[in-house]
Design a protein around this ligand. Sequence first.
Ligand SMILES: [Zn+2]
Length: 142
Amino acid sequence: MPAMTFRIECRCNICETNAEKAGASFPLAAEVPMALSQVALTSEGRHGLVHLAHDPNRITGASARLRTGVRPAQDEPGHEPLGVFRATVTRDGVALERDGQTYHRANLVGDDAKDGGLFEVMFADGFWMLATAGDMTPLELG
Ligand SMILES: [Zn+2]
């Protein structure tokens, strides 16, 4: 069952050092299940999730990723749909036009806890739009 996820990055000094050590591209990024969106609303929370996603420890890192569903973000995100956009909170003309369409990428862009966070979502045709958590429906429920 594909879980709805969004993408976050951490640009802190610790993550920069870890990326250098691992030979990974900076900033480090993570794919995070929607259920953890509240955690991602603070920079400390985002760092924790990104750190977890890239924890190189084979035992603790792997089990934490399995338990939380947090994983390293792919450099080239797949084209699998993540969820269905519903113009529930965001109800301008463009949103209403996009109602019912699947989105294929989701980045957390706002720290505002109102409406569960602000995201930019990408539709199948490559069009990006701002949406809130309240507009985003997991695919299996869409
Ligand atoms: Zn960090």
